[in-house]
Structure formats: C-alpha cells, structure tokens
Design a protein around this ligand. Structure first.
Ligand code: DAH
Length: 356
C-alpha cells in the first residue's frame, strides 16, 4: 500500500496537464484501477485482516482523490497565470470612431415652433392619436353628413360585428385637442398642440402619417387682428426674416370667419425662398373659433371668443430646410438622416437663433 501511495502521489505531483491527470485517475481509482482491484481482494480476507486493510485502502483512495483534485486546481491556476502573462490590453489606445445619431428635421422643427410660441405665452397641449369621432368631427362642428368627413381620407378602427357604436378614428388633424384643452382648463386659454395625424394619402407631398401644430387662443376680446400679429411674428421668427402674410377668405366648419394664410415667397431659380418675391404659398388654415365649437368644449360663446389655426410641421420643415420629398422623412434611410439631421446638443432657442 505504501508503494502504491508513493507511486501515485509522485505521479500526480509530476503530471503536466489535465489529460495526464485523468489517465492517472483511471489507473489508480478507476473501475479497474490498481486501488479498486485491491479493494476487491478484501472479500477473500479473514475478518481480522479486513478490519485493518479496509480502512487503510479507503484512506488511500481518499488521499489519491484529494491529490488529484488539488493538482487539477493548481494546473488551472498555472494556465490562467500563463494567459495573464501573455495576453494584455492597451487601455490607452484611442477609441474607435462611432457616428453620433442626429435629430430628425420633424423633431427639430417641432422644437423651434414650440420655442417661438412659448415666447408668446402659448403652452403645449396633447391629445390621443386614436380619437373618438366625437372629438375628431362632431365637437368641431362637423356633423355626420358633412362633406369634410369624406374629404379627410379618414382611417377608421374596426368594431366587432354587431357593435354599432361609431368606430374610433386615427385623428385626421390636431383640432380635437382644442376641445380636450377647453374641457381641461376652460377659458382663457393659450395653447399649441404639435402632433401626429393620419390620412389615407400618399405622394411626393403626402404621407399617411404626418404632423400638424394646432393653435388656440381664447379670451374676452381676442380678435382676428391678434391672430394676424401672432402668425406674422411666428413666421418671421421661424424663417429668420420678415415674412409678409396674406389672409384669404375660406371655409372651415370649426371657424367663422375662416381664413387660409399664405406667406410671401419667390420661385426664382426653381427653388422656393420664403420672405422675398411676389408669389404666395399657402401654409395654414385659421379663423375665429365657431360658437358651436366653444359650446362643445364647455365654454360660453357669449363670454369668450378667440382664434385657432392649424398648419403642417412637415411642410414647414421642407420649406425651411429645402427638403424636396416628404416620403423620405419616414424612410429611416441613414444617409438621409445624416444629411438632413441636426446635432443633438444644438437645442433651438430664440436667443441662440433658430437658423443655421
Ligand atoms: N384642421 C384643419 C386641417 O387639418 C386645419 C385648421 C384649419 C385648423 C382652421 C384650425 C383652423 O384650427 O382654425 O386641415
């Protein structure tokens, strides 16, 4: 037994790797290993002999197993030490260049518009993109039979068979937020609402999802003159140059009187320039809020009056930054985003200048 002990403990101590160690384990304590065979001989011994040899063999087996385990750990440690000695990382190397993302022109223009109107005392209001037909139409003085419903290319949600309630719609304009805001705060009120709107339309200047900004100002004596000043102030700040406006009589169910507003522009050289020349470009709808709309919002039309307007944010972005095709706005093409996008730390502010 002493011979066996010396033989295996020496061999284990000298083993060069895990394979050698495994071979030694099989030879010594495997099923047909030397120690195991010796244990089988216990059966042929007398009880007295067995009492001495049994525990001694067990102790030997345990000793060899412990030596094997300890050597295994030592080999792994040595391997790790060797790797640590050869593999290393130069943490002083300069980092690999990564491209920084950009702010989408829609987000940029929304921030610009918000900054300008905030300066004139307008707060930002929001509403849901999935609307009831009450908020999107009826409350805005557009009853069921009104042609404006058909003209808006509305997306309707699905109702289960037998459910005869009118379907919800994807809001076709930001005007329903007028009603929601009136309900929430009552008059007086001064808000803008930038947001997504939806219509089933698709060509170079139309996408099924686009963006509008709604404006609403109600008070005891707010007039059309205030509307004109606010809009001229806005366009001049937005385009960074004095912009003349032209009000054309028009019709919207939710305003009376109603006006479409054009801004001064030139088409010289095939590109449009805002704030110069003798041409006009239509950019928004507006008017004095219809008494029926005030009533729908819970406001007394004999006490309060005011103006509202709605314009396309995407359109403003195309005009200001010379972007020709609206569809590209929503293609998520990285080349386009890098070209037309804005630096993320370059927040638009009035004092910092909105133009670049
Ligand atoms: N909601 C209209 C549209 O989507 C735009 C509009 C016109 C909004 C006149 C108004 C308004 O607030 O007074 O075409």
């Amino acid at each position: 037994m002493d011979e066996l002990r010396t033989k295996y403990l020496d061999a284990i101590a000298a083993a060069a790797d895990e394979t050698a160690l495994e071979e030694l384990r099989v030879q010594a304590v495997g099923k047909k290993g030397e120690v195991s065979l010796k244990m089988r001989e216990l059966g042929k011994m007398t009880p007295e002999e067995r009492q001495v040899a049994g525990p001694a063999l067990n102790a030997l087996k345990n000793e060899i197993n412990s030596a094997l385990a300890a050597k295994k750990v030592a080999l792994a440690d040595a391997a790790l030490d060797a790797r640590l000695a050869t593999e290393w990382l130069d943490v002083t190397l300069p980092a690999r260049n990564r491209r920084v993302g950009t702010i989408h022109p829609i987000s940029q223009v929304t921030e610009e518009v918000t900054a300008i109107f905030a300066d004139m005392g307008f707060a930002v209001a929001e509403g849901p993109q999935i609307e009831t037909d009450w908020y999107n139409f009826d409350a805005l003085n557009i009853p069921g039979h009104h042609p404006a419903r058909a003209e808006m290319d509305t997306f309707y949600t699905h109702r289960a068979d037998g459910d005869n309630r009118p379907p919800h719609v994807l809001r076709t304009h930001t005007s329903p937020v007028q009603i929601r805001s009136m309900e929430k705060t009552g008059a007086p009120i001064r808000i803008i609402c930038p947001g997504r709107v939806y219509r089933a339309d698709y060509d170079q200047t139309h996408t099924p999802m686009f963006h509008q900004v709604e404006g609403l100002a109600l008070g005891k004596d707010i007039s059309m003159a205030n509307l004109k000043w606010v809009l001229e102030e806005f366009f001049s700040a937005f385009f960074g140059t004095d912009v003349k406006t032209r009000f054309r009589a028009s019709h919207f169910p939710f305003t009376e009187p109603s006006a479409e507003v054009d801004i001064q522009c030139s088409w010289e050289g095939g590109t449009v320039k805002v704030g110069e020349g003798d041409d006009w470009l239509e950019v928004l709808g507006s008017g004095m809020v219809h008494p029926n709309v005030l009533k729908a919002g819970g406001i007394d039309p004999d006490e309060y009056q005011g103006f509202a307007f709605g314009m396309g944010i995407d359109r403003l972005a195309m005009l200001k930054y010379g972007i020709p095709d609206l569809r590209a706005f929503f293609d998520s093409d990285l080349r386009w985003l890098r070209h037309y996008g804005f630096a993320s730390l370059d927040q638009p502010t009035l004092h910092g200048g909105l133009n670049r």
